[in-house]
Design a protein around this ligand. Structure first.
Ligand code: S3P
Length: 171
């Protein structure tokens, strides 16, 4: 059974890395935002507007519960998902969690031109975005750090990440 779950802040590169890992390990790739969009037939931005954030968080919870019926996958989860309810513990029960760790400065650079379909930051100015990231990352990192593997991203190759994952499986 191969179950890898990528967690981290918006803009950390979870989906991009997740697709590469899944291809290399020859297992399906899933992304909680994409699963919710398929199910609701609207974008995340539209869903926040029409049904609100609490509804979205409820959907995230459902999606995680349903993943328990899949044997093999790489799953990228939305940046807020581990921080609601008991979901970080549920993720740790489900599979091997990997935190893609970046500084707030790097996240700011990456998110500044990438706000579309991210309703929580869509209307923030440059300075507001910087403050938002610093504040939220502080709050969320405590939760992300419960992951089984912490990656200072950009430093490891896919092969190295897989090696570290396999070492964890053996221990
Ligand atoms: C969110 C992160 C987004 C998406 C939603 C809320 C968050 O996912 O789930 O906009 O609360 O940080 P990404 O981390 O994939 O951008």
């Amino acid at each position: 059974m191969t179950r890898i779950i990528l967690v981290g802040f918006m803009g950390a590169g979870k989906s991009k890395l997740g697709k590469k890992l899944a291809r290399k390990l020859d297992v399906p790739f899933f992304d909680t935002d994409a699963l919710i969009e398929q199910r609701e037939k609207v974008t995340i931005g539209q869903l926040f507007k029409s049904k609100g954030e609490p509804y979205f968080r409820e959907m995230e919870k459902q999606v995680i519960q349903e993943m328990a019926s899949e044997d093999d996958f790489v799953l990228s989860v939305g940046g807020g998902l581990p921080c609601f309810g008991d979901l970080m513990n549920e993720l740790n029960d489900l599979g091997t969690t990997i935190y893609l760790k970046h500084s707030s400065g790097i996240l700011h650079q990456r998110l500044n031109n990438n706000k579309q379909n991210r309703p929580l930051i869509l209307n923030l100015s440059d300075e507001e975005l910087r403050a938002y990231i610093e504040h939220k990352l502080n709050e969320r990192e405590v939760v992300y750090m419960k992951s089984k593997l912490i990656l200072n991203t950009g430093e490891q190759s896919i092969d190295e990440i897989i090696r570290q994952y396999r070492l964890l499986q053996k221990s």
